[in-house]
Ligand binder design. Structure first.
Ligand SMILES: Nc1ncnc2c1ncn2[C@@H]1O[C@H](COP(=O)(O)OP(=O)(O)O)[C@@H](O)[C@H]1O
Ligand SMILES: [Mg+2]
Length: 274
């Protein structure tokens, strides 16, 4: 990578013509700490995400998944390497993140939370209201428009966060363990909703999870990361056709893939635990 490119902002779409939506090239990230050793969270990561692709990243806790997501979001600048993102629609935001901890504002109503990105982008008030309403309905929150987050369950709060991300029609969704805080049943419901939404809208999704079942159900490809320093150790194609439903879990190939991935990850997870 030339110096000229490396010194570009990490979110440049026009450095070179690219067909991939996201290209991560030789990205390293080092957390510098005072009077303590630096933490090398990412070490020479190469990864591409195709246009309209759903890519999941799985790996043991602390392997750098969230760091990679924040680098893609432009929130952290890589210590080394470059991220190229192809920005096709200049009138739409490039990325919208959804985090595990329902990052919604407690003092805003459901509707205001969903509209936030649209208001910030200067979208006309009535248009913003209409689009917010559409997504509030889509995620099953009709009737809760004026509710404050404090009165909502975890699942509902995460639905607000999803609606808020989708309503701005981002080119790329960056999701960091969005369902990890939910109980198993609710998690399944939201996974299916996400499958349906992604089917309708053909988003490019970068999805972080440590749940293999979730990664297989949702993704086109799964990138396995190794324990610190985070590297991509293997990328697996998920061979199931779309549209998919939760029924896919009953396919023997599904459990075979899950076992295969687990066999690969297990060693790393045990190392982290010790
Ligand atoms: N702000 C920070 N300062 C120092 N170290 C950090 C910071 N944030 C994360 N780390 C470390 O970087 C590594 C990767 O963290 P993270 O990206 O959160 O991993 P994951 O999301 O896979 O659990 C971990 O060892 C973590 O402790
Ligand atoms: Mg994380």
């Amino acid at each position: 990578m030339t110096e000229a490119v490396r010194s570009e902002s990490p979110l440049t779409g026009d450095v070179a013509p690219i067909t991939d939506k996201i290209r991560v090239e030789g990205v390293s990230y080092r957390y510098r700490r005072r009077r303590r050793e630096d933490v090398v969270a990412l070490d020479d990561v190469d990864l591409t995400v195709g246009r309209g692709e759903f890519l999941s990243v799985v790996g043991p806790s602390g392997c750098g998944k969230s760091t990679l997501l924040r680098v893609l979001a432009g929130l952290q600048k890589p210590t080394d390497g470059v991220v190229r993102i192809h920005h096709q629609h200049r009138d739409r935001p490039l990325v919208a993140p959804v985090f595990q901890e329902y990052s919604i504002f407690p003092w805003h109503t459901v509707e205001a939370n969903v509209r936030l990105g649209l208001d910030a982008a200067g979208v006309d008030r009535s248009e913003a209201r209409r689009r917010a309403q559409e997504w509030i309905e889509r995620v099953g929150l009709t009737g809760f428009e004026k509710a404050l987050p404090g009165n909502l369950s975890g699942g509902m709060k995460q639905r607000v966060a999803l609606a808020r991300a989708f309503v701005v029609e981002p080119e790329i969704l960056l999701m960091d363990e969005p369902f990890a805080a939910l109980d198993a049943q609710l998690r399944k419901v939201l996974q299916e909703e996400l499958l349906a939404i992604v089917r309708e809208h053909n988003h490019t999704v970068f999805f972080v999870t440590h749940n293999l079942d979730e990664a297989i159900l949702l993704s086109d490809r799964i990138a396995l990361m190794s324990a610190r320093p985070g590297r991509i150790r293997r990328i697996v194609d998920v061979p199931f056709a779309r549209p998919r439903t939760a029924e896919l879990r009953k396919d023997p190939e599904f459990s075979r893939l899950e076992e295969d991935l687990w066999a690969d990850l297990k060693g790393d997870v045990e190392e982290v635990v010790q």
